[in-house]
Design a binder for this molecule. Structure first.
Ligand SMILES: Cc1cc2nc3c(=O)[nH]c(=O)nc-3n(C[C@H](O)[C@H](O)[C@H](O)COP(=O)(O)OP(=O)(O)OC[C@H]3O[C@@H](n4cnc5c(N)ncnc54)[C@H](O)[C@@H]3O)c2cc1C
Length: 317
């Protein structure tokens, strides 16, 4: 079996869900996997990631994020230990470091896998292209193979590994580009890319004053993430960080609730791989119904209040 290294992510000293996913994938593919975690509090997350199969956890303390430094440290580890496959989350930082890792290794990246398997020692992936209108299968011919995996697209395994910690050095000196500042949004909501449920609002909500009552309140009842279409973002109703689609975030939740969203191809590019899609739209011919598991053809201002009452009863709130 090929030797696999999963590249995890931490934030605020906590293990991110993507770390559990890439580690689980490695364990499933090869029977054993090691995981590298870089950031503040990396060693403290070793036990958590070991629950999903990590044999060795390489922990690199770094006071700030640097794609340049992280990739250099990970590539050195891959060379030193002889890893043949490197699994990276297809997140903002994963996209930043994966190509850098491959460059250091003189190799190649295959990106955004929603399905992944082994064909001998080579990784084979399937991923949506052309805004979800087609799928391609890719195989990496170079070694080591660097593969990015779409967040939330893979099951998380509860199969423990040893989780023995080895420290690695991340050199933040002499960088060519440096992070000047980092400001996280003050929100208690789960990140939209990690959320199991996403409630998303489109132009059908009519105005920014309705985003809270129609979208956010429903999301909060379920502990869901919140998204929006570009139409809503361009109108200035919500922050662009909420945009889902071709030019926004890509999400793969278990449940995606599209409220007042037409289902333009550019929007579906970012949510089409959701497991269940529920659409509420008063136009029975809206394209979103072609991809939805359940559809409600009605005025959202009638439907959402009823759903909220049902959810309050269901969740005892
Ligand atoms: C290069 C490019 C990139 C793009 N990238 C993205 C992207 O990343 N993400 C994205 O979302 N879009 C993107 N777009 C824009 C995309 O083409 C659509 O314009 C956009 O997704 C439409 O958003 P919407 O569904 O909110 O609005 P609309 O298309 O206007 O749909 C609103 C829907 O609400 C329904 N509705 C209205 N009132 C009610 C009501 N009371 N009750 C129930 N339903 C109601 C209507 O029937 C309609 O279907 C991109 C476009 C281009 C050209």
């Amino acid at each position: 079996m090929p030797k696999i290294l999963a590249v995890g992510e931490i934030g605020g000293g906590q293990l991110k869900k993507a770390s559990r996913e890439v580690t689980s994938v490695g364990k499933k593919l090869a029977g054993s996997v090691d995981t590298v975690l870089i950031g503040s509090g990396a060693a403290g997350c070793a036990a958590e990631v070991a629950k999903h199969g990590a044999g060795v956890v390489y922990a690199g303390e770094a006071a700030e994020y640097s794609g340049e430094a992280y990739a250099k440290a990970i590539a050195a580890l891959v060379k030193d230990k002889g890893y043949e496959i490197v699994l990276v989350p297809h997140s903002w930082t994963g996209r930043d470091i994966s190509s850098r890792i491959a460059t250091h290794l003189g190799s190649a990246v295959i990106s955004d896998a929603t399905e992944i398997s082994l064909d001998g020692d080579k990784v084979k992936i399937k991923k949506p292209v052309y805004s979800g209108k087609a799928y391609v299968e890719l195989k990496c011919k170079a070694t080591p193979q660097v593969v990015t995996i779409r967040p939330n697209s893979q099951p998380i395994a509860e199969e423990a590994g040893a989780g023995s910690v080895e420290n690695i050095t991340v050199d933040l000196s002499g960088l060519k580009a440096k992070q000047v500042s980092y400001s996280a949004q003050a929100t208690n909501r789960v990140s939209v890319t990690e959320a199991d449920i996403v409630v998303s609002g489109g132009r059908g909500i009519k105005g920014p004053e309705n985003f809270g009552p129609m979208i956010e309140e429903m999301a909060d009842l379920m502990g869901a993430g919140v998204g929006a279409t570009r139409a809503v973002v361009d109108a200035g109703w919500v922050d662009h960080t909420l945009q889902i689609g071709q030019t926004g975030q890509t999400v793969s939740p278990n449940l995606y609730i599209a409220v007042g969203i037409s289902g333009a191809i550019q929007h579906m590019a970012g949510m089409g791989s959701s497991k269940y899609i529920v659409a509420i739209n008063k136009d029975a011919d809206a394209p979103i119904f072609k991809v939805s598991t359940f559809g409600v053809v009605d005025d959202l201002f009638n439907v959402v209040p009823v759903m909220k009452e049902e959810l309050k009863t269901h969740y005892g709130k």
